[in-house]
Design a protein around this ligand. Structure first.
Ligand code: DC
Length: 228
């Protein structure tokens, strides 16, 4: 399929499989994949390691903001880096997951991340997943998708992922963490998670990844009048 240079925005709730879907779609249709949630996780890890965010949930916002311009957070082929250091496994821990929503609610952090996402996307065919890509970061994205699924199904997916990585969370904690993140993400003042009016909804509670990709292929073909 010959696809023009476009931006596809994939937004939605935590653990709806946005990253897996967007990554697979990127490979299948020749897009660059950018994970905006990883950027917020990277900022959170930096805040924790630099003493600007504590386990109690307290954040030294002024200290964090003053430090941001010295942080070289960027993507390489193997994932997100701070300078030369690959931070992928660390940013997926429960500690980072518990602190990331308050960090992502800070307007200046969002502006800092948005600026980088624009730089990373310049002049390309990009699929980017997050919470506010189709509403705030790229309101003119050519195609917008909003992903959702039943909360218990999402918690089970996140739980299975963590167990596969050798962690031993309780399903209750994972479920509570997920609902709390939904709440913070949807009610924060700056760029809350909302469905763009022109987004196509993908509820994958009962869908396989293959079915999701077939659904997207149909959308891309229809939207850009591509045959075959
Ligand atoms: O998709 P994720 O779970 O890796 O995202 C981590 C956190 O970052 C999540 O709590 C919401 C926040 N986020 C955001 O506020 N805006 C985005 N565009 C992407 C993620």
């Amino acid at each position: 399929m010959n696809v023009p240079d476009i931006i596809i925005a994939v937004d939605g709730y935590s653990s709806t499989g946005k990253s897996t879907f967007a990554k697979l779609a990127a490979g299948r249709f020749g897009f660059l994949y950018l994970d905006s949630g990883a950027m917020y996780r990277g900022v959170t890890l930096h805040a924790m390691e630099s003493g600007f965010a504590g386990a109690s949930g307290s954040i030294d916002t002024a200290g964090l903001l003053a430090s941001l311009d010295g942080v070289d957070l960027h993507f390489e082929a193997d994932g997100l880096h701070i300078g030369k250091r690959l931070i992928e496994p660390l940013i997926r821990s429960l500690e980072v997951s518990s602190l990331v929503s308050p960090v992502a609610a800070i307007p200046e952090v969002r502006a800092w991340v948005d600026k980088r996402l624009h730089l990373f996307s310049e002049g390309g065919r990009v699929i980017m997943d997050g919470r506010d890509i189709g509403t705030t970061v790229f309101p003119n994205a050519e195609l917008k998708i909003f992903m959702t699924a039943d909360p218990m199904v999402r918690a089970r997916r996140r739980f299975d992922e963590m167990v596969a990585k050798g962690e031993s969370p309780s399903i209750d904690d994972v479920y509570k963490n997920l609902l709390e993140r939904d709440r913070i993400d949807s009610t924060r003042e700056t760029s809350p998670l909302t469905q763009a009016p022109d987004a196509f909804v993908l509820d994958n509670t009962d869908m396989t990844l293959h079915e999701e990709i077939v659904w997207l292929q149909g959308l891309i073909q229809g939207r850009f009048s591509i045959l075959g």
